[in-house]
Design a protein around this ligand. Sequence first.
Ligand code: MLT
Length: 245
Amino acid sequence: MKINVIFAPLDVEELFFTKKTTVVIDVLRATTTIATAIQNGVREVIPVNTVAFAMKVSGDAFGGQTILGGERNTKMIEGFNLGNSPLEYTPEVVSGKSVILFTTNGSKAIVQAKYSENLVTCCFNNLSVIAQHLIKLDEDILILCAGRNSMFSMEDCVCAGALIEKITESKEEVSLSDGATASSLLYKSLGKNILKMLKETEHGKLLIENGFEKDLEYCAQIDSVNVVPSFSDNVLKNMEKKESE
Ligand code: MLT
């Protein structure tokens, strides 16, 4: 198994992902929100890459059971039902509903990787279950960090390193690209206190400034949810649910 890491989606062609097993990471906050929504019983999450498209596919398209969620510059978008705080995606709010999700970086990265053969999303909250899933799959892995405005994000890279650590703990013969080795080293250096690391990132500081400090505490939890958000037919659902359908 070979693991590679892309630090931001900048200039990566959609077709590059064809036949790949891709893991998208956007710790703050899209992939944490997706894991939470799925854990809390959402029917599906539909990631989109423009607000216009989000508006277009909402309305009565899913029998009125649709929620528009997401953010621009960390804040809720006018006309949307929810922002991008994972704490908003409670069972009472999302259970049985379809969530259309637009976010500045995370949902776009997922759409960009849509041609992947296998596409899952990861965050600290579902780290071990994703690692186990990938070990079972036993394919080469491409980790796509959503980054921030096409730039490197520390928190996504540290989470990539944590995932690599989990995989290499229980699997032999894993080869790492330079990007994967760098992620692993960064995790070893900053991963001892995830919350502290999140608070010191550019995005973490912006979230605190905008009143979302509690989100950082939530996003720092390791293995608090047990779902494998898996993308096919343009929607994300829990892998187990898909297999039993
Ligand atoms: C993104 O996709 O850029 C994020 O999830 C932003 C955020 O909600 O803070």
